[in-house]
Design a protein around this ligand. Structure first.
Ligand code: OX2
Length: 838
């Protein structure tokens, strides 16, 4: 037992190197950390050493808030939101923490007065790329908003040793390089081995009667893996709240090694360790599920089990009974990756805490809520029953039990509707048997949401239609949002400063207040300032591209940007078709008056996604021809910038004039890049898909370049029988473009290179590029006309940015809190640091 607190602790005032904010103190702290943590003095320190010294200096200044926050939550019985996500794409921490602490300028000065280059140090940080794209980045924006709104929250996920691969482009092709983000250490995390948790895998189950004669099941596993938590503070903007991101690393439990060692199987013991540690080695680099990969299911179960056991421990620390677990925690499932949590919580409650099934089920349903992020049928997760049963035998039994009771309910409501029952079942029995994870999530949750209005509607009508008919009250829409802290204040400080001068700083936490700036749209001086900022940032980007990629781009040209994962439904190749169209126009008439444009692409392709990789190759091949043709005379430039990530996003969104959001209607659940561009004053060319629809509603149809089929039109055309050849034959411009690719013009005469891509368009065109082609080209012409009128364009740009209030992640999180989680803000009081007596 620990001795009473009073005898151990005394309060001391700390205005020292560890927390002080004066210039002198900050400078001393950096020097001190360099010496005592990095073990270096300036003469021999690397840039990274200086970065680490700086990072620790900043971390020291948020620890007090972090500890106070944790303590506040432990002491009171407030409800804590637990965001379960296999991905958290946090981006660099340093700048964000400086902004949220409100000490950016002060620390920058201290660094500079120490004779160091602040920007150079800032760029040293390795970004934790623990996500693939939108889904992981959404989790990161939501963590920022939860903390900024002072909502108690924990983000639970996986500490992958290798995050998303680094992308290089060689000879126009994507090459994947392993991401060794932990190589030089991670100053933002703290390992908490004392809070480790055991997770079981494999083996078999045994029925038995307990001392009261109740029927029970125990699980005798094959192996046990230890989950070690690594905690990172997530500070809110100018508040005391610092929530925790808790990521689990898999290790072998020492006891196992020891046993094996005793029986002489030393190598076997070491191998066990290797197998265990493999679980959190690498992030699967797909934005679609990897069907049937055992390691992936192990990852999912591993982090979910650790997290739920952790919650139960925290709960029992605050009270005696698990009966009101759902009043302690609201658990959000970020897509189906953590959906196994439904069965795991049932197992923990029923098997390990002897709660009866019905009560456990009530608790479980009241605890979970499920967010769906995609309608693509190939992206709906399902696990082969055989694999599942081998790895998680007890969970399979529990899922059968859940299913039996659930289908009983369905039968009562729809007697004899066997097809409906088969469609709703948690088990797909149409061929090889599968567990349908979206069904498990839907049955085990009290709320189900899509991520944009259209997406939620389509969920209700299509993918989850039967569930919607059963429980319409469970469904709500939660349109995505992004954090204005990172996506304006951190990434676009010049714009933030202009806004601050006009309307103060309230907008940073109340984005809808940007509306006040509409009053300045007719102010010529303001428009000039607005333009100048965009111009300066474009010049910065041009310099960066020159320095890092040795390509000249013209900062006066229209910056047309498409950055996102490479996927056929996102239609980067439609953009490429337009570039070739423009190129052909110039070749036919070299003196044609075109608006100079720089086409900027960025994005990674899943390593096994052949067509996506071929699209990258096509873009680079077109770039090579267009950029080197003297007839083009620098009027068109095409650049594919390698290794698109959060950091590069921060550079490119503020520099964009035009944002490409051109997915086939009905395919992009929401999109979040679309919001980041618009907030930074880019205009959108887009389809009526995902959140584009709502963005257009907010900014006004006259400030949005709309083209393409609507979702009902897409469905109708598909139903009628879509034939891409009709478009090919009817549209000579389109035919010329396709023929040029086929001819080998962009591939040094190789007519085979792009054949798979061309054939897939001509023979299938699943994503209907040909149907939207002419509408896209015409719309791009409207973009050109608008860009020629500088004042008009600036007005449109301003109106886009200032009408984006709805798309703050603060709005989204407020809605989740009110309509799904029933979570309230909690004020964290700053206490003085309490140090143990010597
Ligand atoms: C993405 C969706 O594709 C995107 O439209 C959405 O904005 C984002 O999630 C955040 O909601 N994996 N990534 C996504 O869905 C899945 C599955």
């Amino acid at each position: 037992m620990n001795p009473p607190v009073e005898t151990l602790q005394q309060t001391i005032k700390v205005e020292d190197d560890r927390t002080g904010l004066s210039l002198e103190t900050l400078k001393r702290a950096i020097a001190d950390n360099l010496f005592y943590i990095q073990g270096k003095y300036p003469a021999i320190a690397t840039k990274n050493d200086f970065y680490m010294a700086l990072a620790y200096t900043v971390r020291d200044r948020l620890l007090q808030r972090w500890l106070n926050t944790t303590e506040t939550y432990l002491k009171s019985k407030v409800k804590v939101v637990c965001y379960l996500s296999a991905e958290f794409l946090m981006g660099p921490h340093l700048s964000n923490n400086l902004v949220n602490l409100g000490i950016y300028d002060q620390v920058r000065r201290a660094v500079e007065e120490s004779g160091l280059d602040f920007v150079e140090l800032r760029e040293q940080e390795e970004e934790p790329g623990l996500g693939n794209g939108g889904l992981g980045r959404l989790a990161a924006c939501y963590m920022d908003s939860l903390a900024s709104l002072e909502i108690p929250a924990i983000g639970y996920g996986i500490r992958y040793e290798f995050g998303i691969f680094d992308q290089e482009i060689r000879d126009g092709w994507q090459i994947e390089i392993t991401d060794k983000w932990l190589r030089y250490g991670n100053p933002w995390e703290i390992e908490r081995p004392e809070a480790s948790i055991d997770v079981k895998f494999g083996g078999y189950t045994q029925a038995y009667n307990d001392e009261n004669g109740h029927y029970r099941v125990r699980w005798i596993p094959d192996i046990i893996v230890k989950g070690v938590p690594y905690d990172t503070p997530i500070l809110g903007y100018k508040v005391n709240t610092a929530n925790t991101l808790r990521l689990w690393k898999a290790e072998a439990p020492e006891s196992f090694e020891f046993e094996a060692f005793n029986v002489g199987d030393y190598y076997g013991a070491v191998n066990e360790k290797v197998v265990a540690e493999n679980i959190t080695k690498v992030l699967y680099p797909n934005d679609e599920p990897i069907q049937g990969k055992q390691l992936r299911l192990q990852q999912q179960y591993f982090f979910v089990s650790c997290s739920l056991q952790d919650m139960i421990r925290l709960h029992l620390h605050r009270q005696d009974s698990l009966d009101n677990f759902h009043e302690s925690f609201a658990v959000q499932l970020n897509d189906t990756h953590p959906a196994i949590g439904v069965a795991e919580l049932m197992r923990l409650l029923v098997d390990e805490h002897q709660i009866d099934w019905d009560r456990a089920w009530q608790i479980t349903q009241n605890t979970f809520a499920y967010t769906n992020h995609t309608l693509l049928p190939e992206a709906l997760e399902k696990w082969p029953l055989s694999l599942f049963g081998r790895l998680l035998p007890r969970h399979l039994q529990i899922i059968y039990e859940i299913n039996q009771r659930f289908l009983g309910q369905v039968r009562a409501k729809y007697p004899d509707d066997h097809q409906r029952i088969a469609r709703l079942s948690l088990i797909d029995e149409s061929g090889e048997k599968y567990i349908r994870m979206a069904h498990l999530a839907s049955v085990g949750s009290h709320a189900i949401n899509g991520v944009a209005a259209l997406h939620t509607k389509l969920l209700q009508q299509d993918v989850l239609r039967d569930f919607y008919e059963l429980w319409p009250e469970k469904f709500t829409n939660k349109t995505n949002g992004v954090t204005p802290r990172r996506w304006i204040v951190v990434s676009n400080p010049k714009l933030a400063e202009l806004i601050n001068r006009k309307i103060g700083t309230n907008w940073i936490k109340h984005l809808e207040e940007l509306k006040q700036l509409e009053a300045f749209v007719e102010d010529a001086e303001f428009r000039q300032q607005w333009r100048q900022i965009k111009q300066d940032i474009k010049r910065d980007l041009a310099e960066y591209v020159k320095k890092n990629h040795a390509i000249d781009i013209n900062p006066q040209s229209l910056f047309d940007v498409q950055v996102k994962r490479i996927h056929e439904y996102k239609r980067q190749h439609l953009n490429a078709l337009y570039i070739i169209t423009l190129y052909n126009q110039i070749k036919q008439n070299p003196n044609i008056d075109v608006v100079p444009r720089t086409f900027i692409f960025g994005g990674k392709a899943a390593p096994g996604y052949f067509m996506a990789k071929l699209i990258i190759k096509l873009i680079n091949s077109v770039a090579q021809v267009v950029n080197n043709d003297p007839d083009v005379r620098e009027r068109l430039k095409v650049v594919f910038l390698p290794d698109y990530n959060v950091r590069f996003g921060q550079r490119v969104y503020p520099a964009a004039d035009l944002s490409e959001q051109i997915s086939t209607a009905g395919k992009e659940a929401s999109g979040t890049g679309n919001m980041k561009f618009s907030m930074n004053g880019a205009l959108t060319i887009g389809t009526l898909d995902g959140a584009n629809i709502e963005i257009r509603e907010e900014v006004g149809a006259e400030n949005f370049f709309l083209f393409g089929l609507t979702t009902p039109e897409v469905y109708a055309l598909k139903a009628k029988g879509y034939n891409p050849w009709d478009y090919y034959h009817a549209n000579s411009q389109l035919k010329t473009v396709i023929d040029l690719i086929s001819s080998g013009f962009f591939s040094h005469g190789d007519t085979n290179l792009f054949r798979p891509l061309v054939d897939s368009l001509l023979y299938h065109d699943q994503y209907m590029l040909f149907a939207d082609y002419q509408s896209y080209v015409d719309c791009q012409e409207q973009v050109n006309q608008a860009y020629r009128d500088e004042e008009k364009w600036t007005r449109m740009s301003i109106l886009n940015a200032v009408r984006m209030g709805k798309f703050s992640s603060d709005r989204a999180i407020r809605e989740y809190c009110q309509e799904i989680w029933n979570a309230q803000p909690v004020n964290v009081e700053m206490q003085e640091y309490v140090q143990p007596k010597p």
